[in-house]
Design a protein around this ligand. Structure first.
Ligand code: SF4
Ligand code: SF4
Length: 78
C-alpha cells in the first residue's frame, strides 16, 4: 500500500492546542502535537507547538482531517 504524505500548513494552523480537531477525529490517531524546540527554564510559547502526522503509515486516506480542519491546513496525498 502506498505511503501517504501528510502536510500541515503552519501558517494556517497556528494554535493546535486549542483546536485539536485532527487529533481527536482521525480514526487511526495519526496526529500528535509536539514542541518544535525545548526551552530550558521557561514555558514553551504557544506558537512553538505544532501538530504533525507522526503515524502517517496508519493513514488510509479517509480525508476526515482534510475535510474537518477548520483552517483548511491539512493535505493528504498518495
Ligand atoms: S486522512 Fe484519515 S486516516 Fe489519514 S490522517 Fe487524515 S483522518 Fe487520519
Ligand atoms: S484540525 Fe487543522 S487547525 Fe486544527 S489542529 Fe489540526 S491542522 Fe491545526
Amino acid at each position: 500500500m502506498a505511503v501517504p504524505k501528510i502536510t500541515v500548513d503552519y501558517g494556517k494552523c497556528t494554535d493546535p492546542l486549542s483546536c485539536t480537531f485532527c487529533m481527536n477525529h482521525c480514526p487511526y490517531s495519526v496526529f500528535i502535537v509536539g514542541e518544535t524546540r525545548v526551552y530550558k527554564f521557561r514555558e514553551t510559547p504557544l506558537e512553538e507547538f505544532r501538530v504533525y502526522g507522526r503515524y502517517y503509515d496508519r493513514c488510509d486516506g479517509c480525508n476526515v482531517c482534510v475535510q474537518g480542519c477548520p483552517k483548511q491546513a491539512i493535505s493528504v496525498t498518495f
